[in-house]
Design a protein around this ligand. Sequence first.
Ligand SMILES: NC(=O)c1ccc[n+]([C@@H]2O[C@H](COP(=O)([O-])OP(=O)(O)OC[C@H]3O[C@@H](n4cnc5c(N)ncnc54)[C@H](OP(=O)(O)O)[C@@H]3O)[C@@H](O)[C@H]2O)c1
Length: 352
Amino acid sequence: MGKWLLYGANGYTGKLIAEHAVEKGLTPVLGGRSEEKIRPLAERLGLEYVVVGLNEKLKLTTTVSQFDLVLHAAGPFKHTAHPMIKACIVGKTHYLDITGEIDVFEYAFSHFHEAVSAGIVLMPGVGFDVIPTDCMAKYVSDKLPDADTLDIAFQTNGGMSPGTSKTMVESIEVGNGLARRYGALQALPNRINQKQVQFSHKELSTISIPWGDLVTAFHSTGIPNITTYFAMPPAQIAQMKRFSWMMGLLRLGPLRKMALAYIDRNVDGPDQNTRDSAKSYVWAKATNPAGQSAEAWLETMEAYKLTVFGALLCVERVLDSQLTGVHTPAGAFGADLVMELPGSIRYDECPV
Ligand SMILES: NC(=O)c1ccc[n+]([C@@H]2O[C@H](COP(=O)([O-])OP(=O)(O)OC[C@H]3O[C@@H](n4cnc5c(N)ncnc54)[C@H](OP(=O)(O)O)[C@@H]3O)[C@@H](O)[C@H]2O)c1
């Protein structure tokens, strides 16, 4: 296996990835911008470490060029992905990340030719966003090759990490009503679009959200109309409808800063017990112009546990491959990639 760098290793998710890598016998070098945070973690896990800031352009390129692959876990990625992707292209180093941010996926896909010329893979989204939904998108699209519409919904119930909460605050301007229509990203007429979805365990209320599949599933399947939905209790949806105007306030600098500081003080992320006991559910449906459809249901691990297992699986698969260019997880490794993760069960007929 090649030499790889886990950047952002001291964050909530980075640390879980580093710990599980060691359990699997892998030896990433840990990276981050703060020696006082990275060194103790590296010493505890018996791993090497490097300290480099994303704004240190030359040092960053020199550093990443010494590795075969970077797994980037430092987010929000709207602030961190560009310098790392550029460094990886110049350094000829594979780039994987755990983003879920639409703009970051678009940015990565806009570097296809650079990635091919450098002989590297750019693969954003090797976490919960988007491995399971990308695999399910590809699965139903493979069953109905002339599909022109794709609906994907998911439920995950373990809570959110600090970085995910911050990313949501930072991405507020993207809006919940974004979808893909006729091949382009478009704002839907309504900000909050509700849909009842039958999952494999029960029927749930969902609302449309700008999940990474609006970009990745388009690349994995070529389907031009895509909507992605997130399950939420009806009372919370009603509250969102009532107070949706307030979300706009988070665009304002001072309020955004207050929200980010609140997250720093109060959000810890799901604990191990929750990560081990909670589950995630995905439903996907492809429909063709004649109105025929193909559906599938997935049950799999809690979102952060899946991110850890999924990211490490993709690191191993990319290092083992001869791929170059920009890829989605399912585009590169097929719809069954998610089935390699312990506990994944996929249904062609809804079991309830
Ligand atoms: N795809 C998925 O399903 C999935 C799952 C989990 C997480 N995520 C995403 O992954 C990201 C991290 O989440 P988390 O909860 O682990 O976050 P976290 O606990 O807040 O940790 C963030 C990490 O990023 C580093 N970082 C932030 N800004 C940086 C910058 N400008 N330069 C260098 N390092 C920087 C932090 O370093 P310092 O400690 O030095 O500040 C820290 O190591 C978020 O964007 C989150 O949305 C995605």
